[in-house]
Design a protein around this ligand. Structure first.
Ligand code: SF4
Ligand code: SF3
Length: 551
């Protein structure tokens, strides 16, 4: 049977090869087509924008960059299922493309003759162009793999860039690179060497994007600090906020102050509690639930409104009792859920959410206790003497970086079992929603240093790179790979792809990613990654502990 769609960008892809009928995530073929179309237009915009820059033609890059970033982010796994919202973005991208084409014509800049550049953007052609764009247009598996590694890395980079831009931190060099890379992957004649170099350069700009977001978050909200987060509930009605956008939670906290409504974080929003300028709000009372994939049960028992500021959205079942109380912001969207659009100053009006919350019951308690986090680079540096002493005395023998994503597949129990089986002289360094596999296990501490150090969201994996570089300096190691650190990373969506490429750029070797290797890494490309970077995947808990922790 002919494919209805083709998508293989996430770890849960059908049969480990690609979703061809509908997404395991719930993405329908029509939505997939419009996402493909959006990516095609964005590749055209990137190609033209890059050609203009190369020719030294100045133009206003901010709206172009913001559009590219939003479009890439929109196509990330589980972010946006709303066809009409995606098609609006297509229209906007085409309008920008036309403006750039006019500038190129006016300035006499010659453009490559790729289909993405030539296509005129007629509405009647949307369907055909969306179908043409399919990932399978690249017939050579290795070339396709490198092109996809690049664009999936760009999606993750775009997500981080967008959060930073909401806090008024932008970086033209990152946008320039995005456009250059979009141009390279549009070129039908791009060869392996060029594409491999582009993948690696994507990692470099991934580091820059994470550093930019780190600067944006810490400038606005202070450095994350050791924090105990309540996982029980209070008596007031609550609003649950999920996703990664700190500017949104700040605005929600400001607008709910003195209203009698409490605010709870869900999944990747948990680290908001670690920032001094967010934790100061008394009505930010706790974290409700777990990682994204448990949302169906958890949203049902939360009883109040839910706000998604980014992925990961799980489509609700038709009988879900919470369907009428979910809202989205930024690049996220779902048909039938109200989208709250920021105004020109970036202000999001949450009054409708707040009024709805006032009519809802308080959340039903699903657990009690607390979790500890806030170990981003500044907090770890504050503990540096203690950490160095523990390493020197042999109290800490190994650090295991277990950052990344969580997911619903059973083989992810590996990570819980692995955390439990680790010797007591090891410390887990985590970030991203992967932590929910072991952050409630009470794994204890080593001389007062908790055995699970949570830096924050997936982008805060950046902190572990900064900490590793600092340890290298302190211990006078010649190479980052000489440190007693093992990278055993769980992945699900494309933000994990940019984190991986960033780590490769920083020279980290022998990273393990699991629970399975990406379908978009072809055999040929895997061989290159294994030979040059020692990339591997997880085996059994016992084998991995023996070979990489005790070794
Ligand atoms: Fe399939 Fe993942 Fe793509 Fe969804 S995002 S369609 S689950 S590969
Ligand atoms: Fe999680 Fe989606 Fe990847 Fe940010 S919220 S890490 S999966």
């Amino acid at each position: 049977m002919e494919n209805q769609m083709f998508c293989f960008q996430c770890q849960e892809t059908a049969k480990g090869t690609g979703c061809t009928v509908r997404g395991v995530c719930g993405k329908l073929p029509e939505t997939s087509r419009w996402q493909d179309l959006l990516l095609s237009v964005v590749r055209g915009v990137g190609t033209i924008g890059h050609a203009l820059s190369e020719a030294g033609v100045a133009y206003d890059k901010v709206p172009v960059g913001d559009m590219i970033v939003d479009a890439l982010f929109t196509t990330i796994t589980n972010a946006n299922f709303d066809d009409s919202a995606i098609l609006e973005k297509v229209d906007r991208a085409i309008a920008i493309k036309k403006q750039l084409l006019l500038i190129a014509k006016d300035k006499g800049v010659s453009l490559p003759d790729y289909q993405e550049v030539k296509w005129g953007g007629e509405k009647a052609d949307y369907r055909a162009e969306g179908d043409r764009e399919s990932i399978l247009r690249n017939e050579d598996a290795d070339l396709r793999s490198l092109k996809e590694l690049t664009v999936l890395g760009l999606k993750g980079m775009a997500a981080y860039y967008e959060h930073a831009s909401h806090l008024n931190q932008r970086n033209e060099a990152i946008i320039d690179f995005m456009m250059k890379a979009l141009g390279i992957i549009s070129d039908p004649s791009a060869d392996m060497d060029t594409l491999l170099a582009t993948v690696l350069e994507t990692g470099k700009f991934g580091v820059d994007a994470m550093a930019l977001l780190d600067k944006a978050n810490t400038t606005a909200y202070g450095n994350p600090e050791l924090t105990r987060v309540n996982i029980g509930v209070g008596k007031n009605p609550g609003i649950l906020i999920s996703g990664h956008d700190l500017r949104d939670i700040e605005q929600l906290l400001q607008q709910t102050e003195d209203t009698g409504i409490d605010v709870y974080t869900h999944s990747e929003m948990l680290p908001a509690h670690y920032y001094p300028q967010l934790k100061k709000y008394k009505h930010l009372v706790g974290n409700y639930g777990n990682a994204w994939w448990k949302q169906k049960e958890e949203f049902a028992s939360f009883n109040g409104p839910i706000v998604f500021t980014t992925n990961c959205i799980v489509p609700p079942s038709p009988s879900a009792n919470y369907k009428d109380r979910v809202f989205t912001t930024n690049a996220s969207g779902y048909p039938g859920w109200k989208h709250l659009k920021a105004d020109a100053n970036g202000r999001v009006d949450f009054s409708e959410v707040i009024e709805l919350a006032k009519t809802c019951e308080a959340p039903t308690e699903i657990e009690q206790g607390e979790i500890v986090g806030g170990f981003a680079h500044a907090q770890v540096f504050a503990l540096a003497d203690q950490v160095v002493e523990a390493v020197k005395s042999g109290a800490i023998k190994k650090f295991v970086v277990m950052s990344g994503c969580d997911g619903r597949m059973k083989d992810r129990n590996y990570y819980t079992d692995f955390a439990k089986a680790l010797p007591k002289d090891t410390v887990i360094l985590t970030s991203g929603c992967a932590k929910y596999k072991y952050n409630k296990l009470n794994l204890g501490d080593i001389n007062g240093i908790p055995r699970v150090l949570d830096a924050g969201q997936c982008n805060d994996s950046y902190s572990w790179a900064v900490v590793a570089l600092k340890l290298k300096e302190i211990f006078g190691a010649a190479d980052i790979n000489d440190l007693p650190i093992f990278f055993n990373i769980a992945w699900y969506e494309q933000k994990a792809v940019i984190v991986l490429l960033a780590l490769l750029h920083l020279g980290v070797k022998n990273i393990h990613i699991g629970p399975t290797l990406p379908a978009f890494v072809s055999e040929g490309v895997l061989k290159v990654l294994v030979e040059n970077f020692g990339l591997g995947t997880n085996a059994t808990v016992e084998e991995d502990i023996k070979n990489y922790v005790l070794a």
